[in-house]
Every structure is written in C-alpha cells, then in structure tokens.
Design a protein around this ligand. Structure first.
Ligand code: ZN
Length: 148
C-alpha cells in the first residue's frame, strides 16, 4: 500500500504591512495569495467505509482550511501587534484587522498555518508541505521534513 500526497489550493486577498521593512511592503498594500496545502497518508482500506480508497476527502480538507485561513484572512489587513500601524488601525476603527504576534511575511504566515492546519487533520493524515505564492513569481514553502 502506498502513501499518497493530496494537494488542495486556496486563494485569498490580503493586505499587510511589514513594520520597519526597508522596501515597498512597509506601506499597506495587498496580495492575491495562493496557498497549496499538501497532506500525506495511506488511502482508507476498510470495506464499507464512506471514504474507501481516499487518504482524506478533499471536501474535508476544504472544511478545515476555509474557516481557519480563508474566512479569517480574505479581505483582511494583517499587522504585527504593538506596531505603529496596529495603533493607527485601532484608532481608525478599521474593520477586518488581523493582529498577529509576528511580522506578517509569507514565511511567518506559513509557519503559523502549518501549526493550525496540522492540529485539525484526522488521525493517519499529516501535513506534508505548504506552498504560498505572494505574487505570480514569488512563493515560500514549509516542509514537515525540514522541521522534524
Ligand atoms: Zn507585501
């Protein structure tokens, strides 16, 4: 029996501000993020199981990732807590602000996403890697094998 990887792609539009950064991303601006979530496991062999032959139902993966990430970050602005922009957004009573304990870079978001997705996966299925495009030509990756 073979281990199989499954990947599902998610898209969301998010603004961010990188506090203290020495480039354009220190200004508030948005990206069209494309997040690929890859899990690995053995297809279910138990006869009569509704998911027979599947590592996991793609729909179940969607039901995990959508509320954790897409619903939360789509059309939101992410800022690091206790930064000047955080205070300005609070003062302006800006809606849909995600205040994070880290700089909202692709790298840090991926580390956080790996933690919250992994915690929700069914038994026997684990997170293999995440890949997130911030622009058409730039992406970051998180691999379980790099972090075990
Ligand atoms: Zn940016």
């Amino acid at each position: 029996m073979s281990q199989i990887r499954l990947t599902k792609e998610f898209r969301f539009e998010m603004a961010h501000v990188l506090d203290g950064y020495d480039g354009l991303c220190s200004n508030m601006h948005g990206h069209s993020y494309i997040l690929s979530v890859t899990v690995i496991g053995l297809p279910i062999q138990q006869k009569g199981h509704p998911k027979l032959g599947m590592v996991m139902d793609f729909g179940d993966l969607k039901r995990i990732v959508n509320p954790l990430i897409v619903s939360r970050f789509d059309h939101a602005v992410s800022v690091m807590e206790n930064t000047p922009m955080h205070k300005r957004l609070v003062d302006a009573q800006f809606a849909r602000v995600e205040v994070l304990p880290f700089q909202p870079t692709c790298e840090n978001m991926l580390e956080y996403f790996a933690e919250i997705i992994s915690a929700q996966l069914p038994a026997g299925v684990s997170l293999h890697h995440l890949k997130m495009h911030e622009t058409a030509t730039s992406y970051a990756e998180w691999y379980a094998s790099d972090n075990s």
